[in-house]
Design a binder for this molecule. Structure first.
Ligand code: BGC
Length: 813
């Protein structure tokens, strides 16, 4: 049998994915930085850096969708005689004697060898520092002395990544730099309204430099053969306008066996207005000097790296499972949690599919992301909830997105996505259950960031619920607005104009009958949570009021939302059914099956079981469950963007991984462990790693947003990796519903739902100021806890009451 090509493998001991061939089927990237300063880095060192906001504070330039793909990054050129090569293979693409890229937790190490020289670069952003470290180690493994010429390379972005790529009549005249010793400063626009600059430093004497791109590269050359490098001669150029870059030139002689470290530092500095300059037009470099001094030796850098590793040790120690199944354990203990941190940090803003200029932080996205992250650093989740709620309007509606730098709602996209408010309950409840911190409900939070408009966060939750109740349609189901979770089901936007955005065009909402069963299910799930929260804090009347609304919604779904074998998806503008057997295409959709089964609507009459069976029958395929079936084969202007996609892609019958867990949770709540597991394993990266090597194309260590569905030209192709709600939902599903360790107000609820084949397993869970070692004995059961002992004593019910300290828990199913 022909051996399938492999590009890499997991190294669980080091928590790394090891890429052994630079020519992966798509750039396989990693993220550096945990707060404030961030970088994207591919397996060939492509990518870019930014401070907080990938649009407004882009530090280095990157050209998306380029030819060749992934062109631009932080490059080291090594000129050894006539051979010029890069440790990460690109951009020169000189064949290497050895190549390896190790993507780890917030760091990447790329190693290349050529003609007896090893070059290894460790990339990371030290904790609490606004800088990317690039520690380059050159080692002479040959038996002769080597004289090498080393060139570094970064290209500056002129801060606003959007105007950087369009406003050339201005851009080509604004670029400014300063050079001081081994540091190149980027100070474009510093003379006017900016009080920030960047720098690129190396902790060694340099023999030359370049700061003007065309002088360094040559107008008719490329990153693959920059003139200065090819000739082995820096030009010592000073950029004035055009395109500023930063390149150091160092001559290195290494005896046989000798190695030498160079610490390169890409930093970002903000100065106070009155301390901007040290002399007329000369930037005040005090803070840069201080930052450099903190990271200017191998020892200091190694220490910073050790701290970063300890930080991840601590984060990944909060929830640890041991099932004996490596594929599951590595996703739960390492990669899924890692991806959750990344999605929490970036929402949907910056990846190799999101350009960093299009979107800021999503209201619904961020609320969901934090459910995957809240156990890691609760105070950051707390702040995020306040930031999100601050973009709400007094009627409970909200901005769909906000910019991370300003935290202001994004006017370009506006609001009107009627599922958005519900997610605030989802996020807040998860936070309180994790932390027991009810004080967040008393936090004073403004509307639309307007000072003076503050009300308590609890009030925000209340108006969120009210927003649904106040916007019901003719069937007493929630009006959909511009769209619900499915951004592309645009029922109030009848567009024949290709220049109109489906998201922001709402041509015809007056008199609309467009209602969403997805929001109905979401409302019931979050409504029940809200009721329980109200009871918990003694707001019984409010609990009663909302319980009635939830009950009414359940009745409305049973009456107007059931199609016989599954839940309908929606009613369109005219009140016609969507996602019904009566429809010509797209007879069934996944979102309403997920949310209405999670809400257990009509479970007593068999609706939940039928719906879940229909998902298996009509939506499931080899690679997961598709969003709708059959796919739309033509554009339907009453439906909007969803039908704009060719069959099998994105929201038109793609496997939109984000929503698969909704059905899986539905399965878990219904106690169908075998089905839950088989759906889960289909989209669990480690389980299908083989497929990622060729068919899926994208990174095998994280989930991607979308895998082409069964109706696609090429089913199984993955796209939009990294930034997807799938991360948080996969985490929520496996940690709380499959493995069954569920934070609750008064303790941890134990309620696993497993395949019959599951063996005993142990979860170590840090929870508030306690630590639990929980061993589960499934005994072949899919669901149902029979007995629990806490520190040897039997307890009643399934909630382990919270108390400080270390505890041992045994669970028999
Ligand atoms: C968006 C989500 C949306 C999903 C489905 C994603 O790209 O970030 O907000 O729910 O697509 O349309």
């Amino acid at each position: 049998m022909e051996q399938q090509k492999r590009y890499g493998h997991f190294d669980d001991q080091h928590r790394e994915y090891v890429i052994t061939d630079p020519q992966t089927p798509w750039p396989w990237i990693n993220y550096l930085g945990n707060e404030d300063f961030f970088s994207l880095i591919s397996n060939t060192a492509g990518g870019y850096s930014f401070y907080k906001d990938a649009k407004f504070r882009r530090i280095t330039r990157y050209r998306y969708n380029n030819v060749p793909m992934d062109n631009g990054g932080r490059y080291f050129y090594i000129k050894d005689g006539d051979t010029v090569w890069n440790p990460g293979w690109k951009p020169c693409k000189t064949p290497l004697d050895f190549y390896e890229c190790r993507h780890g937790m917030s760091y990447t190490r790329i190693t290349g060898k050529k003609n007896g020289i090893e070059a290894s670069v460790l990339f990371f952003v030290p904790l609490k520092k606004w800088a990317e470290v690039q520690k380059l180690t050159l080692k002479n493994e040959s038996s002769e002395t080597k004289s090498l010429k080393l060139f570094s390379f970064e290209e500056w972005c002129l801060w606003n990544a959007a105007t950087d790529m369009e406003n050339f009549q201005r851009n080509f005249s604004t670029g400014e730099v300063e050079i001081e010793g081994s540091t190149i400063y980027h100070k474009t626009e510093y003379r006017e309204r900016r009080n920030h600059y960047a720098f690129y430093h190396v902790n060694a004497e340099i023999e030359g430099f370049d700061t003007d791109r065309e002088t360094f590269v040559g107008l008719y050359n490329e990153f693959a053969d920059p003139q200065a490098v090819m000739e082995g001669k820096p030009r010592n150029s000073h950029a004035h306008g055009w395109s500023p870059i930063a390149s150091h030139y160092i001559e290195v002689t290494l005896k046989p066996g000798e190695s030498r470290d160079f610490v390169f530092l890409l930093g970002y500095i903000e100065n106070e207005q009155e301390k901007k300059f040290s002399a007329p037009q000369v930037i005040n470099k005090e803070k840069a000097h201080a930052l450099i001094a903190e990271l200017d030796t191998t020892e200091k850098v190694d220490k910073a790296f050790a701290e970063l590793c300890e930080y991840w040790d601590a984060l990944l120690n909060i929830y640890k499972v041991k099932t004996g199944n490596d594929k599951l354990d590595r996703m739960v203990n390492i990669w899924n949690q890692y991806q959750c941190m990344v999605t929490f940090n970036f929402s949907r803003s910056a990846s190799f599919f999101e350009s960093g200029v299009g979107r800021g932080m999503g209201f619904r996205d961020s609320n969901q992301d934090l459910v995957g992250f809240v156990h890691q650093i609760p105070p950051r989740a707390r702040q995020r909830i306040i930031d999100i709620a601050s973009t709400q309007f007094p009627d409970g509606g909200c901005y769909h997105q906000y910019q991370p730098l300003t935290k202001r709602g994004n006017n370009d996209i506006g609001g009107g996505f009627n599922d958005d408010p519900c997610w605030l309950i989802f996020g807040t409840v998860a936070y309180i259950k994790e932390t027991g911190d009810f004080s967040i409900l008393d936090e004073m939070v403004p509307f639309d960031n307007q000072p003076g408009s503050e009300v308590t966060l609890f009030e925000h939750l209340k108006i969120s619920m009210n927003h649904v109740i106040n916007n019901l349609g003719p069937n007493m189901l929630p009006l959909i607005g511009r769209a619900d979770w499915n951004d592309c089901l645009n029922l109030n936007c009848f567009s024949w104009d290709p220049n109109e955005s489906f998201q922001t065009t709402e041509n015809v909402s007056e008199g609309t009958k467009a209602e969403s069963l997805m929001i109905a299910g979401l409302f019931v799930v979050t409504g029940k949570d809200y009721v329980a929260l109200c009871r918990k804090i003694g707001k019984d009347a409010e609990a009663e009021r909302m319980q009635q609304a939830v009950d009414a919604m359940i009745e409305a779904v049973k009456k107007h939302g059931w199609d016989g074998e599954w839940y309908l998806r929606a009613y369109d503008f005219y009140g016609r059914k969507i996602g019904s057997n009566e429809c010509e295409e797209a007879k069934i959709f996944i979102e309403s099956q997920g949310w209405c089964t999670m809400a257990e609507i009509g479970a007593e009459d068999g609706l939940v079981a039928k719906s879940l069976d229909s998902c298996k029958k009509y939506l499931e395929c080899e690679h997961g469950m598709v969003l709708n079936n059959p796919a739309f084969s033509k554009y339907i202007y009453e439906y909007g963007e969803i039908s704009s996609y060719p069959e099998g892609y994105k929201e038109n019958a793609g496997i939109f991984c984000h929503n698969n867990p909704w059905v899986i949770i539905g399965e878990c709540i219904a106690g169908r462990g075998n089905d839950a597991w088989s759906h889960y394993a289909k989209i669990l990266p480690s389980y299908v790693e083989e497929k990622y090597q060729t068919l899926h194309k994208v990174e095998p260590y994280v989930n991607c947003q979308m895998v082409a569905g069964k109706d696609a030209f090429k089913p199984g192709e993955g796209k939009n990796s990294w930034l997807t709600g799938t991360a948080a939902w996969m985490w929520y599903t496996v940690s709380e519903f499959i493995l069954g360790i569920k934070p609750d107000y008064d303790g941890i609820r134990i309620d696993p739902c497993l395949p019959e084949t599951a063996g005993d397993y142990t979860v170590n869970r840090k929870f508030r100021e306690a630590e639990y070692e929980i061993t589960i004995h499934p005994n072949g059961a899919q669901k149902g806890v029979k007995s629990i002992t806490l520190d040897g004593q039997a307890i009643d019910g399934t909630v382990i009451p919270y108390s400080k300290g270390k505890h041992t828990v045994e669970v028999t199913m």
